[in-house]
Each structure stands twice: as C-alpha cells, then as structure tokens.
Design a protein around this ligand. Structure first.
Ligand code: IPD
Ligand code: CA
Ligand code: CA
Length: 258
C-alpha cells in the first residue's frame, strides 16, 4: 500500500502543478449548474489523473467529478476530485486542492489531498495514521466550542434552498470563536486533521469532496458523522467532522434545527 500511496502522491502533485501554473490566468469557464463552475483545468487534471492511474493500476475502477467513469476488474475504485475549490481557482484565490482516494470493497483505504499553492500534501493509509508532508498529524485538543475555529461551505444550489444552511451558519457564528468558509471541502477536512480547524459541517457534498479528507481526518484522531451523529459514509450528503472532543456540541447545535 505504501507504493500505491507514493504513486498517488506523485500523480496529485503532477495535477497540482497544472493548477498552480494556471491560477490567476484568464480561463474558459463553463457552467455545470447556475453557480457550479468547471474550467478546462478541472478537465485537464482529471484526464491526466485518469491516464496515470490507468497506467499504474490498470485493473482499478475510476470515478472522477468531471464524469470519467471506469468499472474495474477488481474491487478497487479511485474516487477523484481533480480540482477542489473551482470557484476559488477561477478568482485566483489560492485555496485549492487535488483529492485522490482509493476505495476497496466499499471502504476508503487510502487518501491524498494535495494543496499545490502551499505545496502541502496530506496523506493516509487506513490503520496507519495521517501525515502532512510525511510527518504525522493529529487533530486539535480544543474542547471548548466558544474558543473553536469552525469551517463550513454552502452548496451550489444555496440560493434555491438557503433555509437550513443559513440557520446553521447563524447558530455557529454565535457559538464558535469564528467560522471560516474557504471553498475547498477536502482541505477543510485536512485542516481539522492537523489542528488548524476544530470542526466542520456542510450539506450536499459529493463522494469526491470528502473521500480522501475523511480518511485523513479519522486517521488523525478525528470523527465524521452525518447530522444525526451516525458514522459518515461518503455517499451521505451531510457531514459533521471534528476533532472528536467538539463533536457532541456540534451535533447538539445542529439537532435544534433539523
Ligand atoms: C466544492 C468545494 C466547496 C464546497 C462545495 C463543493 P468543487 O467543490 O469543496 O468547498 O462548499 O460544496 O462542491 O466544485 O470546487 O470541486
Ligand atoms: Ca469538490
Ligand atoms: Ca472539483
């Protein structure tokens, strides 16, 4: 598995180089939905990752955000967000990542989230802990929600369905020390894993947004559930992620609104 991780890190870095070299440049932007953007760079990165994964692991399946699908000959599937933070990217806002996860028999066993701007690489193999640039990482020890730094995101259809998302933002901005909305869920999760953030919640995410980040978070001692506190599956749309110590207060705060 160590060799597989090294290969995944190399591939994430290659895609990251394309992102870094194109950040802030005028790009062709298409709309998948009213606010859901895709650029030629998202597509180029997905193509590159698909090609490289295909060469290294020809029997594995593939599921990429931009629509690339391959059913494998065994039970391994790569779940890939080639560019997490596309809205940031189109504005030249440097909070973006490449996210690669490997699923085996329905469970995520390996994850890589690479930030090509800060050149930070978060990685994990299930059961072997999590790392940032090869050094072990752990969640924060913060146990007081009033002193916590939380993160969230808003779904692309937010304007059609703002209700609960606004209520929760309102709730936590009063409860926590501060709330950040930085626009790349994969990195938000890794930031909890290494203690920059203490907790996170979001609705309407997709498997490619969370697959790698949640493994990294859990292997760093964190917890991920749905809004009711049930163990999180990447096929759930709602997520609460935390350092563990703050999980109960976050679940309780959300339960007042659902
Ligand atoms: C988005 C980002 C963002 C989150 C959105 C995601 P994309 O992914 O992770 O933080 O709020 O819900 O869709 O479209 O930039 O890959
Ligand atoms: Ca994403
Ligand atoms: Ca994406």
């Amino acid at each position: 598995m160590k060799d597989t991780l090294e290969t995944a890190v190399q591939i994430a870095k290659e895609a990251g180089k394309i992102i870094r070299e194109n950040l802030g440049k005028a790009l062709q932007v298409e709309y998948k939905g009213k606010r859901d953007l895709v650029t030629e760079i998202d597509k180029r990165c997905e193509e590159l990752i698909y090609k490289k994964i295909g060469c290294a692991f020809p029997r594995h399946g593939f599921m990429g955000e931009e629509g690339t699908r391959k059913s494998g000959e065994d039970e391994y599937v790569w779940i890939v967000d080639p560019l997490d933070g596309t809205t940031n990217f189109t504005h030249g806002y440097p909070f973006v990542a490449v996210s690669l996860a490997l699923e085996f028999k329905g469970k995520i066993i390996l994850g890589v989230v690479h930030d090509p701007i800060l050149k930070e690489t978060f990685a994990s193999i299930k059961g072997k802990g999590a790392s940032l640039d090869c050094k072990p990482i752990h969640v924060s020890k913060s146990d007081d929600i009033s002193k916590s730094l939380l993160a969230t995101g808003f779904s692309y259809d937010f304007k059609q369905d703002p209700g609960l998302q606004i209520k929760l933002f309102d709730e936590f901005i009063m409860l926590a020390q501060a709330v950040r909305r930085d626009g790349a869920a994969a990195l938000d999760l890794c930031y909890i894993a290494m203690g920059r953030f203490d907790g996170f919640w979001e609705m309407k995410l997709h498997p490619w947004d969370t697959a790698a980040g949640v493994l990294i978070l859990k292997e760093a001692g964190g917890v991920a559930t749905d809004f009711k506190g049930k163990d999180y599956s990447i096929y759930d749309q709602e997520i609460i992620a935390s350092n563990g110590l703050l999980h109960k207060p976050i679940v309780e705060a959300i339960s007042k609104h659902i």
